[in-house]
Design a protein. Sequence first.
Length: 99
Amino acid sequence: MNLGKGTALALSSPAMLAIRAEIANLFHGMLTAQDQHNPRLHITIQNKVMPNAARALQAELQPVIVARKFAFTGLGLHRYCNPHWEAVGVWPFRGKVSG
């Protein structure tokens, strides 16, 4: 996934997007403009590099990365404490998680 100045692995999870929408609805009126849009779920591999470096890594990884199933095991909450993120908590999903 091209991030412009970075590279990521795109994720697909309608269930996770539904959970995110439910949580966002609870915070209606308090979300920043960035947090109001529909997210593109992803795992960042590379960030804040020159676009040509990002494209080079994407070209290198494209034949190597293979799509596979995954499972979210829970939710984690972090808060931004400029310039670092601080963990607030982790809430695992109950029940059996299938991969």
